[in-house]
Design a protein around this ligand. Structure first.
Ligand SMILES: *[C@@H]1O[C@H](CO)[C@@H](O)[C@H](O)[C@H]1NC(C)=O
Ligand SMILES: *[C@@H]1O[C@H](CO)[C@@H](O)[C@H](O)[C@H]1NC(C)=O
Length: 336
């Protein structure tokens, strides 16, 4: 029995210190995790996904479990059923969590859209951000506090938040998340920042301005990196790293069309080479389902994540629909 137990302990340890993507990536200095998004409690019931997450990944993010419409479907009527399940699983399994997303124009319930007083909206942002960050204090590695706040030309994206509060909604969200969980890394995230374009420049200006005025309340910038062309990703990561007061950058939703090995290698190498880049999160684990058709809709939803629609067809993930690793997976392992 004793021999069996120590064999089990050894087996467990060798899984924990295994040779998956996360273990190899995080063995590099300053690199903390290789993980995946689009993991809700329901996905952990799929054996193919579960095996990959356990062996290969060190971090997870949900797609529906933590969005506003799921967690606060009515004002102060919080429902933590799904997020509790996910957080408990991740903590027990030793996986970091990137929580997403506290304030986002998408997947909002109707009641938020009907608010017409500034002071009320500020209270609502405070209650939402504080309550959730407080509940999972110490268990969430990083929060996407504000997501997709900008248009491609660098202006603020129209939303209930920007229409009522300008860019002020961003600092309110960060303040209250910080107050609730001072240890979590707080991120602003967006997509189409895969080159030093107008949006990338505007992101660096906005974060620098807020951090200079309000005492470095934004810790990190997340860049989705859902793209067909990765040529300028290294420059973009370097540029995002120049924002005043940030401590980290991260790739938060990696999906490169057609999953060419050379493209994935280039992105992973870019993160390795960028001192502030701490981690990579792929959009999905495998091409067994589509995020775009699995985003939960709430009744007022005008348009679900436009970028996701582009991903409805084709290959995007490191594992295929049968959970077999693609050549890009092996190419990444080879450089790590
Ligand atoms: C809370 O969420 C769970 C999971 O989505 C759902 O089954 C349940 O009905 C919700 N509870 C309430 C009170 O709405
Ligand atoms: C995906 O491909 C099918 C078949 O070619 C097409 O009918 C459908 O419109 C495409 N979906 C998107 C979102 O592009």
């Amino acid at each position: 029995m004793k021999g069996f137990l120590s064999l089990m302990t050894f087996a467990l340890l060798s899984v924990a210190q295994g040779h998956g993507l996360h273990d190899k990536f995080s063995a590099h200095e300053g690199k903390l995790y290789f993980g995946s998004g689009s993991i809700d409690p329901v996905d952990l019931k799929k054996i193919g996904i579960l095996e990959i997450v356990k062996k290969e990944l060190g971090q997870i993010s949900p797609v529906n479990a933590m969005v506003w419409g799921t967690i606060e479907p009515v004002r102060l009527g919080f429902n933590f059923t799904e997020s509790d399940t996910l957080v408990e699983w991740a903590v027990a399994s030793g996986k970091l969590i990137r929580g997403r997303t506290l304030v986002w124009h998408s997947q909002l319930p109707r009641w938020v859209h009907t608010i017409d007083q500034q002071a009320e909206l500020i209270d609502v942002i405070e209650q939402h951000c504080f309550t959730i960050a407080d509940r999972y204090k110490g268990k969430i590695f990083s929060w996407d506090v504000v997501s997709e706040a900008m248009n491609e030309d660098g202006s603020l994206r129209p939303s209930i938040f920007s229409r009522m509060l300008g860019d002020g909604f961003i600092r309110h969200a960060f303040w209250h998340a910080r107050r609730a969980d001072p240890g979590a890394k707080l991120y602003i995230t967006d997509y189409n920042m895969d080159a030093v374009n107008l949006k990338t420049k505007a992101m660096v200006s906005l974060v620098s301005k807020i951090n200079a005025e309000y005492g470095n309340i934004i810790d990190g910038i997340g860049t989705a990196t859902v793209t067909g062309s990765v040529d300028d990703v290294p420059k973009a990561l370097e540029y995002l790293s120049t924002a005043i007061g940030i401590k980290e950058v991260a790739i938060t939703e990696l999906a490169v069309k057609d999953v060419r090995p050379e493209d994935y290698v280039k992105v992973v190498q870019a993160c390795l080479d960028t001192p502030l880049c701490v981690g990579i999160t792929t959009a999905d684990v495998a091409d067994d389902w589509r995020r775009s058709s699995n985003l939960r809709a709430f009744d007022s939803e005008p348009a679900l994540e436009e970028q996701a629609l582009d991903r409805a067809n084709g290959s995007w993930s490191l594992w295929d629909s049968k959970y077999r690793p693609r050549p890009a997976y092996h190419a990444i392992v080879d450089i790590l």
